[in-house]
Design a binder for this molecule. Structure first.
Ligand code: UD1
Length: 347
């Protein structure tokens, strides 16, 4: 039995589907503070499988303990955390409280109930401003904002935990830039308000919810002056969790892995690929650089391939095609269905 914390979110929901399809039994905990219950229904719809769902915030340790009392877990996949860089600069304490305290509660209970196996969602953000690309796991770590610092601190907490007790088995997954959606178009990324990230912004321009894309700077030392990132299909990313889970179930230790494709695309290359695949024009204007952005960031994913037997398979066209299917089938994300559910409840 695998506990998935934050399983209603974007990457969590895709991972739930893959774990269920691989025959794992799961229990999902999510506060739904940044996700919708509808995604849980859709996971069940896609897989035809049932599982328990608890709406619990990790900050509420007593409620969380009930989950450990009621179920016997073999491992935990930990996705839960706030992730908006800009907001983290404005409200650092909210980020430290939620991401760090929440993780400590989870680890305390894992330790107490002897569930010492964890896959943790980290981010390429822990590399800060990379001195060299492709980025290898041994590159210097550095945070450039409170959100990034929570990821880095949690990595360090997990490291300390492992040093203190070598029964732990931990895989830290450093995500590059996840985009795409499940091929069914039933689950996908559903950001609150105006998206911070590039692909949801593009798809919302595509459906007409936003007028045009703002390209943050075209004077970077890159192929066309716009920022280069390692976009990775969320299905490949989810599969990385499955592989990491299999590894930690079979061993002890602590390791960090880059989950990226190893190739970088510029903002305009991604826009062009999207237009080509969908036939939809994305109007854009170039504006100032976004503070804190780096010019180029892409992974060396060799370690994950060697040690987890994992490699990204899906290319940029599939990423665009699947992001678009999700957005066009769900122009308001999960929201419409939430309203329908609410109306029904009220009747
Ligand atoms: C961002 C976060 C990173 C976090 C990741 C989660 C920042 C500085 N970094 O990564 O910490 O882990 O999301 O997914 O916020 N762009 C535009 N116009 C837009 C949006 C983005 O031109 O409206 C450009 C950016 O300048 C960048 C690229 O698109 O070159 C990708 O941006 P984004 O999707 O926000 O991801 P990151 O900044 O790489």
């Amino acid at each position: 039995m695998i506990l998935i914390v934050g399983g209603a979110g974007y990457i969590g929901s895709h991972t739930c589907v893959q774990l269920l399809n691989a025959g794992h039994e799961i229990v999902v905990v999510d506060s739904l503070s940044n996700s919708k219950y509808e995604s849980i229904k859709r996971i069940k719809e896609i897989t035809g499988k049932e599982f328990k769902f608890y709406q619990i915030d990790l900050l509420n340790k007593n409620e969380l303990e009930l989950v450990f009392k009621e179920n016997k877990f073999d491992a935990v996949v930990h996705f839960a955390g706030y992730k908006a860089v800009g907001e983290s600069v404005e409200k650092p304490l909210k980020y430290y409280q939620n991401n760090i305290t929440g993780t400590i509660h989870l680890c305390e209970l894992m330790s107490e109930y002897n569930v010492k196996k964890m896959v943790f969602s980290s981010s390429a953000t822990v590399y800060g401003i990379p001195k060299q690309v492709p980025i290898v796991e041994t590159a210097p770590l550095q945070a450039t904002n409170p959100y990034g610092r929570t990821k880095l601190m949690i990595e360090e907490i997990l490291q300390d935990l492992y040093v203190s007790d070598s029964d732990w088995s931990i895989a830290i997954l450093r995500y590059f830039n996840p985009i795409g959606a499940h091929i069914s178009g039933k689950i996908g990324e559903d950001p609150n308000g105006i998206p911070n990230n590039l692909m949801p912004f593009i798809t919302q321009v595509g459906v007409g919810k936003l007028e045009k894309l703002k390209v943050f700077g075209n004077d970077y030392p890159t192929v066309d002056g716009t920022g280069v990132r390692d976009y990775i299909h969320v299905e490949d990313l989810a599969n990385g969790h499955l592989k990491a889970l299999e590894k930690i179930l079979a061993s002890t230790g602590l390791d960090a892995y880059n989950l990226g494709t190893g190739s970088g695309y510029s903002v305009l290359e991604l826009v062009n690929a999207f237009e080509k695949v969908t036939g939809i024009k994305i109007p854009y204007e170039v504006v100032d650089r976004r503070p804190g952005d780096v010019a180029v960031c892409y992974a060396d994913p060799t370690k994950a391939e060697k040690e987890l037997g994992w490699k990204a398979e899906l290319g940029i066209e599939r990423m665009c095609e699947d992001s678009w299917r999700w957005q066009s089938l769900n122009p308001n994300g999960y929201e419409v269905n939430e309203l329908v559910t609410n109306t029904k409840t009220k009747q």
